[in-house]
Write a protein that binds this ligand. Structure first.
Ligand code: SF4
Length: 353
C-alpha cells in the first residue's frame, strides 16, 4: 500500500508524468477575473478572430473547476482579497498570469492609494506587459505557460535589447507623488449662468421665499444652486420636500484646503412631480476643515444615507445622526484614512531606479 504523497509523486514523476503534463498543458481553464479594461483584450483573444480555445485554454466561471487565473488589469485593496480567495479555491496544479501595466506596477494608477501588486497576493507565473496587452501577447503568454508546464522552464517570450543612453542623457524617472498643494487652486462651484428657462425663474423665486438662503442662482438649464449656512441644511431640505423634491440624488464634498474649508453639497430632485423631475437643486454649505461636521439627512431622505457614508470614508466629514459614522464603509479596513483630501500623500514607492 503506497501513501498518498508517494502516489502523487508517482503520478507527477513516474511513467505517467509526461501524460499528466501533456493533459495539464492542453487543459488550461482560465477563471474570469476581470477587474478592468484589460478584460476586453482577453475577450478579444478568446473570440472567433484569435480563438484562444484552439491552443487548449477556455475561460470558465467557477473557481473550483479552473486552474489558471488571468488577472486582467488593476487589483485594488478590496479586490486583493477576492483574488486570494479565488486562488485558494482552485485545485492544484494552478497558475497565475497577470496582464497589463496596472497589474505589473500599478500602470496609470501607479500612485493610487488603493493599488496592490497581484504578485504580493498570489504567486505569479507570467507577466504580460502593455496597456492594454494585445490579444496576441496574451496568447503568447499562455503558450509560454504551456511551455513551462511541459519543461519546467520559464522563459520570457520577448526580449528587448538594452539600448545604452546617449552620452549626457539622464535616465528617465517616474514622477513622485505630489508633495505640494497649490496655494490658491481655482475652486469655482455653482457659478451663475444666463439661460432661457422661465420655469426656473419661478422656482428660484419660490425657493427664495421658502428657504433662508445666502444665494439662489440658476447654474444651467434645470440646475439651481442654493447656498445656505451648514446648520440650516436640514431645514432647507424640509422646505424643498414640501415643494415636491422627494429624494436626494447625490451627496458630494469638495476639499478647498487653501480656504481651510470643505463644501458639502446635496442634490435634490423629484420622482413624483412631473415638472420637477428634470430639475436638480443643489443645496450647499461651507464647513471648516478642522473637525468637519454637518447634520445628516439620512432619516429624512434615505437615499442620502449611502452617499453620506461614502463621503465620510473619503473625506472624514462627520454626518451627525448617520449611524455609520466612525467606521469604514466602502474602503478596505486597512485603507489609509480620508484618501480624497487634497493633502493626502502616499508613501513614496520607487518603481524606477
Ligand atoms: S493596463 Fe491599461 S488596459 Fe489594462 S487595466 Fe490597466 S489601464 Fe486598463
Amino acid at each position: 500500500m503506497i501513501s498518498m504523497d508517494e502516489f502523487i509523486e508517482f503520478v507527477r514523476g513516474g511513467p505517467l508524468g509526461p501524460i499528466k503534463k501533456w493533459g495539464t498543458k492542453w487543459s488550461l481553464w482560465p477563471v474570469h477575473l476581470v477587474t478592468a479594461c484589460c478584460g476586453a483584450e482577453l475577450a478579444h483573444a478568446f473570440a472567433c478572430g484569435y480563438d484562444g480555445e484552439r491552443i487548449g485554454a477556455l475561460n470558465y466561471g467557477i473557481a473550483r473547476q479552473t486552474n489558471l487565473i488571468i488577472v486582467e488589469g488593476a487589483i485594488t485593496r478590496k479586490m486583493a482579497k477576492v483574488l486570494r480567495i479565488t486562488w485558494e479555491q482552485m485545485p492544484d496544479p494552478k497558475f497565475v498570469i497577470v496582464m497589463g501595466a496596472c497589474g505589473l506596477q500599478g500602470g496609470i494608477f501607479w500612485n493610487g492609494y488603493h493599488m496592490v501588486k497581484p504578485s504580493d497576493v498570489v504567486p505569479v507565473d507570467f507577466f504580460i506587459p502593455g496597456c492594454p496587452p494585445t490579444p496576441e501577447a496574451l496568447l503568447r503568454g499562455i503558450r509560454q505557460l504551456q511551455f513551462k508546464i511541459e519543461t519546467g522552464e520559464a522563459k520570457t517570450s520577448a526580449t528587448f535589447p538594452e539600448v545604452p543612453l546617449e552620452a549626457g542623457r539622464k535616465p528617465r524617472v517616474l514622477p513622485k507623488s505630489p508633495k505640494k498643494i497649490s496655494k490658491a487652486p481655482a475652486v469655482i462651484v455653482n457659478a451663475p449662468k444666463e439661460v432661457d428657462w422661465e420655469f426656473g425663474q419661478k422656482l428660484v423665486e419660490e425657493i427664495k421665499a421658502k428657504v433662508e438662503a445666502k444665494s439662489v442662482t440658476i447654474t444651467g438649464k434645470n440646475r439651481i444652486a442654493v447656498k445656505v449656512e451648514s446648520d440650516y441644511i436640514p431645514r432647507a431640505a424640509m422646505r424643498l420636500r414640501e415643494m415636491g423634491f422627494d429624494h436626494v440624488k447625490n451627496v458630494n464634498v469638495i476639499d478647498v484646503p487653501n480656504e481651510d474649508k470643505f463644501i458639502v453639497e446635496y442634490h435634490f430632485s423629484s420622482y413624483s412631480v412631473k415638472e420637477l423631475m428634470p430639475v436638480i437643486v443643489n443645496v450647499f454649505a461651507d464647513i471648516p476643515r478642522e473637525n468637519p461636521r454637518v447634520k445628516s439627512l439620512a432619516s429624512m431622505f434615505p437615499s442620502a444615507d449611502y452617499m453620506e457614508r461614502e463621503m465620510h470614508d473619503f473625506f472624514g466629514v462627520i454626518f451627525e445622526g448617520n449611524p455609520w459614522m466612525g467606521r469604514k464603509f466602502l474602503l478596505a479596513p486597512d485603507a489609509p484614512e480620508f484618501p480624497l483630501r487634497k493633502d493626502f500623500k502616499l508613501e513614496e514607492e520607487v518603481y524606477v531606479r
